[in-house]
Each structure stands twice: as structure tokens, then as C-alpha cells.
Design a protein around this ligand. Sequence first.
Ligand code: ADP
Ligand code: ZN
Length: 743
Amino acid sequence: MSIDSSSLFGALFTPPAMARVVPVLVPLPVPVAYSYAVPDGMHVEPGSVVQVPIGPRQVIGVVWDGGDDASASKLDPKKVRPITLVFDCPPLSKEMRDFIDWVAAYTLSPPGLVARMAIRAPAALDPEPMVEGLRFLGGQPERLTPARTRVMELAATQEQPWTRRGLAHAANVSLSVVDGLMAQGVFETLFLAPPPVVARPDQDFAEPRLEGPQKAAAEEIVAAVAKGGYSAALIDGVTGSGKTEVYFEAIAESLRQGRQVLILLPEIALTPAFLERFEARFGAKPAEWHSDLSPRVREKVWRGVVTGEVRVVAGARSALFLPFEELGLIVVDEEHDPAYKQEDRVFYHARDMAVVRGRIGDFPVVLVSATPSVESQVNGLAGRYNTVHLPTRFGDAALPDLHLVDMRRHPPERGGFLSPILLRGIKRTLEKGEQSLLFLNRRGYAPLTLCRVCGHRFQCPQCSSWLVEHRFRNQIQCHQCGYSERTPEACPDCGTLDHLVACGPGVERIAEEVEKHFPDARTIVLSSDMLGGVKRIRLELEAIAKGDVDIVIGTQLVAKGHNFPLMTLVGIVDADLGLSNGDPRAAERTFQLLSQVTGRAGRTGLKSHGLIQTFQPQHPVMQAIVSGDAHAFYEREIEERQKAVLPPFGRLASLIVSAETRAEAETHARALRAAAPNVTGISVLGPAEAPLALVRGRHRFRLLVHGRRNSDMQSFLKTMIAQGPKARSSVQIQLDVDPQSFL
Ligand code: ADP
Ligand code: ZN
């Protein structure tokens, strides 16, 4: 009789667990998870954050689902490489993993690159070390100096332990004084949990008084949060109507239920006033999340979000991928803002994906805007979103009086860009001691420089764009790739000296004109390329709010969300700028931008004006702005989109094929086009040379895929790429589902 050895030994001892093989998402542009063996004694589960080898490197990955049924489990553990280590942090939740899978499938992005967005702070994966604290024991040191006395007197005033540095700083002595006292046994050392990155917000800290439409709106939104489960709401209210107060109530309700909250904002790094306002309502600031954080703060916030210590995050679009422990509400403020679209590696729209995250996590999502996107308006009309309206400004503040300035009838003086009407407006505002804002969405001095003698135009050597003169920096720069050179004195073509002319205005040039007319006014230019970066911009914004500036000349940076109490005049230098760029959303975008900018005026009850310089006063966008009839504008816009089967009534995807030579890019794009499957309801336009034909030395061709609303765009694109020409390292294909940019 043969003996089955396994049953025999099984009775005597448990054999060492056979190593398993699990799928792991790695941060590489590959379509599938890789397989790794779990060494004996290591515990991993789906969601565990691990370190794994790839070739000679170690990378951070996430153990993924499907380990039991997939082919991975059939692999021999001895033949695959083992996981190196598991980080000591909670695994990504099922909800988070489903969200990552969904985003990857929808945007057709490699899942490992999507997962990577959730673990962007690698150093935070291990718990923060404890910090050393000092407790005052009393007693007498051998020698008492004035500095030592100061430290001891101060130490005696506080029960809680001190940090070494904190005590030295508070007593205004050097660290060595504290160390000396420690050596003498005056303090005992102990280890403390590191301090939290932000305090806990208190939902009842300072409840506002809401009345009228604000109260009704808040009640509706709060009810949805109280009820729980997925829902989507749109708060549609004019600038200054109190939308922020309304969604703060939704946040309070979510906190009451013990859930975490995410607030998305397009320019969080530039809106410190928002954090203060939150603090005034909740007694503590929210944690911030954006690219301008120091690595240390970033790590602390990430860890706080995962462990649940951080209750509210106010962040830029990337905050959407933070692995919250128990997220219960997402607010997307300024939901129409183009900054929510990421166009790099993973192409996604944070507003749309926020709604998806709410659906997967089964919690409410609140979108907020004074000028909602057509997409959200249509979702509201179709009943998919619950729209609440706030039609008037809060308190006695009125919206500014808006007037079009017909530039054909009121031209500026030679060489200038400001009409006499606008100049008169600025003068009156100055006389009243109030502020003016001149808006022009163009950085630098002039968008184009040419030689008056031979006509040479300065172009970027690696992009199809003109070099923009920046007079403050004495440079000409490419706004596509950042290439720059010193502004030359002679034309590189004909060699003539001092005959270069600036064509068209940028903010710096407008500032020059303003200074000429108003030499005594305090003037400032604000744009994203300001010397001194975000810190400096924050300071300048504060100075404006305090009234330290008379005339602000700015790009869209000043359009967003700021509250400038003394600002009573907004002048739009070139309202037509965004209208003719071939973008199907051009009218909508212009309407939104002009409404936002003019909405900066008169937020505190002072009478305010907007002057809009245009060569097309009859254009529907201009008419909609001055009439204040946003409703009619949107109705028309929606009708046109419907007729043309454009989003949200149809679907778009764009493919950009780029290569080092024009011929290679074109050939590849044509072959890709030829590989498109035949599907009713989906068609491919192009390839055509992209409007930005050359970027960073790469030639670009575009294909635009257009489909009906219910068409399966993703399958179509996958087939097209699979059947298309073989991938080559010299050719890149960028795939953008729901594109916002058509350049
Ligand atoms: P929006 O977000 O719609 O632009 P805000 O929420 O910023 O509008 O409100 C505009 C101004 O009115 C702010 O200064 C805000 O503090 C004030 N405000 C709004 N609602 C209230 C309220 N219920 N009580 C007191 N002040 C309010
Ligand atoms: Zn360039």
C-alpha cells in the first residue's frame, strides 16, 4: 500500500506555506500587472503597497486583485522574483482599487501609472518616526546662568512635554543651553507621536446664519449628505452669492457623520484666503495638497489621509487620487475650470472622475460654479444632477454694471491698447481711491517680435510658436517648452541693430501704457511667471486685498476666486482673444472667463463696473455677458452642441502621433487611421497636422475620433491601436478621451 506522504505529514506538522504568486501593479506604461512571489512569512493582500524588483531597479507597486483566479497563480513561485518588502501602511481599499481600475479603463491608461498617482509620496509609506520630547523635572543645575534660568522658568509654565528645538526657540537660547540642562538631569526625555499636520476641524465651530435661497440650497445639499449614498448636485450661483457657505454646510454634515471630505479647487496654491475662511468656519485649516508643498508636508498629509488623522483636504486635481480611509464627500469648486483636465501621462478630467469616485464609493459629490460647464448643465437638465440656484449676490453687494467698448469706434491712441473710455474709467476709480483690474490673458510684453527691416520673426527652434518677449527678464521665451534666450539687439537674419518691434500686447506692455497715463498710481503686474514664484504671488494677492495697490494688470491668475474688497473696475483688454482658436468650447470658455473676471468687482457692496473691449460687440458671447442672460446663452450653446453631436451629446477622443521627423509622424498617423475598425456611429477625422505642429522638436499629427453618445469609444480605440502599425520607440501616441484641448 502506498502512503500519501502529504496526508501523513499533514497530521504531524504544517508544512511551510507554499509561496504564492500575486499580481502587482508597477509604475510602468504596461497594460497588465506583473507577477511576483510572496516569500514565506510575508503577509500581503490586495492593496498592499510593496517594493518589487524590475531588472536591476527596485520600484514601488501595489498588490492587485485577481491573484487567485488569474494566470498568475498558476506560475511556479520559484520561477518569479519575490516581493522585496511590504510597507507599513494600510493597503489601498477595494474602493480605491476599483476607482483606479475604472480610471485606467476609461482613459485607456496603463493601470500602474494610475495607481502611481495614489502613492505619490513614497517616503510617507513608513510611519513617521517618534519625536523626542522633554519633560521638566525641576531640580537645580550646578551653575545657574541667565539663559538657563530663562529656560527653566519657561519650562515650569507648561505641563506638556517640550521639543528640544521648541523650548530653545521659545526661551530664545541656543540648543546647547537646553542640552546642558538635559545633561544635568533637569529634564527627562520621552518619545512622542509626531504632531498632526493640521488640527481637527470642528463642524460646530462657527455656524453661519443662512437665509432665503442660501438656506434652501444648503438644506437640500445637506439632506443629500445626511441621507448618504451616491448623489450628485450642482450649485449654480453667481459670483459672491454665497456658494462657499452653502457647501461648507455639506462639509459640516459629512464631518458630523465621521467621514472625510475632499475639496477640489483649481488654484489652491494661490488661494490662502480660502484656507483662512475655512478656518473661520471650522476652527482649523484643511490640509493642503498641491505641487507646491514641501516633501515633508506632502508626506505628512498623505499619511494623515490614509490613517484618517486628516479629516479635510483642499487640493488641486491630483488630490482626487489620495487614498482616503473613509471619504464621504467631494466638493468640486469652480467645476468648469479647464485646470481640472490633466494632459500628461494619464489624461483625465478631475471633475468627471470625482463623480465616478463618488459613485464607486457610494457617497455624494457636489459641483460648484458661477458658470457651470455645458456638460454639468445638461446633466442637471437630464436629472442626473440635482441643480440648486443662487441667483443674486449675498447681502447688499450687486453684480458690476457691464458695458461693451466697441474698439472700432473708440480706438486707442497709436501704439496703445486701452481705449479712451477704459482710461477714463481707471481715472475715476483712482479718484475715488478704489482699485482697477485690467485683464489680459497673455504673459510677457509682446506675443511676437519681428525685425522691421527684413521681417524676420523670432520663432522657437523646437516648437511651432513665436518667442514671447519678457521685458522684465530681458528675454524672449517659448511658452510651449520654456526655451529662452536674451533679447537680441540685432536681427539674426539681416544684422540690423535696434530695429526689432514688438507686435501685440502682453500684460507687461499694458503695464507700460498704464504707467504712462497714471505715473503716480501704484501698479502691479500679476502672472504665473512672476519672479519669486507662488510665495511672491500669494503676498501680492494679500497686498491687493488690503488695498496697497491701485491698478492690477493680470492674466487668468487673478480671475479665480479671489476676494478684493476695494476692486470696483474691471477692464477686459481683449475680450475676443479666446474666440477664434478652433476649439468647440471657445464660446463657452470665453463666457466663463469673462464672467469670472468681471465677477472680481464689487464684492463688498461698492458700486462697480466692467468695461469689455471688443471688436465684435454683436458676438453672442459679448451680448450674453452684458445682458446678464446666462440662461439664454447656455440654451443656445446646448442646442448647437446637440445639433453637432458634440459633447455631452456625442463623444470625442483625440490621438496625437508625434515623431522626430514630419514624414514618420504622418506615415504612422495614416496607418493608424487605416486600422480603424468599421463601427456605425463612430468616425475618424484626420490625420491632419496639429495646430501646434512642432513641440519640443517633435512633429505632431492629430486624429479626432467622434462617436454618438452611447458608442463604445474605448473598445474602438483599443482595436484601432491593436490593429495599427507596430509600436516604435521613435513614435509616440497620446490618447486623450474627452479632450479639452484641440491644439
Ligand atoms: P461665492 O462662493 O458664491 O462666490 P461666497 O461664499 O464667497 O460667494 O460669499 C460672498 C461673500 O458673502 C463672502 O464674503 C462671504 O463671507 C459672505 N457671505 C456669504 N454668505 C454669508 C452668510 N450666510 N453670512 C455672512 N456672510 C456671508
Ligand atoms: Zn519651444
